[in-house]
Ligand binder design. Structure first.
Ligand code: NDP
Length: 336
């Protein structure tokens, strides 16, 4: 079995030397366990946090440990009555070609129901993140304006489309003209803006003539700066991610803008509420069937960026943090 372990903690951008590829003997599954072959590995922005030992909501990957990650795998051997060889399961096998996992932690997938990769994206953790953060904290009303960045990614694209399903106006922000075209043509956003455009703040103001009622925060940084003056009274801000800052080693220089933020929160009676999807996992039971239905009805589209081979995982992960991915980033580890 081949695996990629954390070799050292990155300072700033993760580099190839922070990872190491190893070959190890396969273990036989113990009672209650199954030996799995990884088909697909999910790459997600949170993995940057796990590479660091800074305080976080989850413990870091230790040096020498296999990089963590959600996986879709095929059962090779099982010592649990619930699983048989050939079953396909959603698990947390990490960056490796094979894994031994506890059967109780695995969810069986039906390959006939939806493409297997969707269990890592639109019908998986990122989809549930989008739905729960938007519906529980954002709570868009018909006619309101919802703004989201990283909007071609699995979280942002799902946020924008659910906002529209709920009758709100969706404004998407993404990096570069190609992604902006995807927002309009593939995902059906009401307006789409490039955060790299020199007049980004002006474009955002023009695209939000009635202000912003819900800002689903995925990125932070310059996007948040442009959003802040557009926020309406009683606007809601689910704080989901801050990917613009994940590689930062220090606070940026400049004036202290905290008083500006706090005075906006006070004057506009803003709700700013962070969340980790694990808090809302119970909503998967309502979200997954609803999303499958929306996909069947053509109301919810998704986009996947499938990279072939575990040996390309590091490069693909580096690209995720700078926007090189086109949709949900997945590594095809073995051919089906
Ligand atoms: P994406 O596939 O959207 O990938 C991240 C995207 O972030 C990039 O493609 C890029 O898009 C964008 N980005 C990177 N740097 C910047 C920047 N400086 N300014 C603006 N945009 C930038 O990832 P996901 O959909 O999986 O995740 C989106 C967010 O949700 C992340 O912040 C992630 O950490 C968070 N998240 C939080 C969870 C929770 O439980 N709270 C659970 C899951 C995800 P572009 O090219 O368009 O700029």
């Amino acid at each position: 079995s081949t695996r990629i372990v954390l070799a050292s903690r990155p300072v700033g951008r993760p580099e190839q030397e922070n990872f190491r590829t190893e070959t190890v003997e396969l273990e036989a599954p113990k009672p209650g366990e199954a030996l799995l072959q990884t088909l697909y590995l999910s790459l997600d922005p949170y993995m940057r946090g796990r590479m660091s030992d800074a305080p976080s909501y989850a413990p870091p990957v230790e040096i020498g440990q296999t990089m963590c990650g959600a996986t879709v795998s095929r059962v090779l051997e099982s010592d649990d009555p619930a699983l048989r060889p050939g079953d396909v399961v959603l698990g947390y096998g990490g960056w490796q070609t094979h894994s031994v996992e506890r059967a109780a932690t695995l969810r069986k997938l039906d390959p006939a129901l939806a493409p297997l990769t969707t269990a890592l994206g639109v019908l998986g953790m990122p989809g549930i993140t989008a739905y729960s953060g938007l519906m529980t904290i954002g709570r868009p009303e018909p006619g309101e304006t919802v703004v989201v960045a990283a909007a071609t990614g699995p979280v942002g694209a799902t946020v924008g489309q659910i906002a529209r399903i709920k009758g709100a106006r969706a404004v998407g922000i993404a990096g570069g003209p190609e992604k902006v075209a995807l927002l309009r043509d593939h995902f059906g956003f009401d307006a789409a803006i490039d955060h790299r455009a020199p007049d980004f703040a002006e474009q955002l103001a023009a695209a939000t003539p009635d202000g912003i009622d819900v800002y689903f925060e995925n990125v932070g940084g310059a996007v948040f700066d442009a959003v802040l003056p557009r926020l309406n009274q009683y606007a809601r801000i689910p704080v989901c991610g801050l990917v613009a800052n994940y590689n930062d080693t220090d606070l940026p220089p400049g004036p202290d803008r905290l008083p500006l933020l706090m005075s906006n929160i006070l004057r506009k009676s803003l709700t700013v509420r962070g969340f980790i999807v694990s808090e809302f996992m119970s909503q998967a039971a309502e979200y997954i069937p609803a999303a499958a239905q929306w996909i069947a009805e053509g109301k919810l589209s998704y986009l996947e960026d499938v990279v072939e081979g575990l040996d390309h995982a590091v490069e693909a992960f580096q690209g995720l943090l700078t926007g090189k991915n086109r949709g949900k980033l997945v590594v095809e580890v073995s051919a089906i």
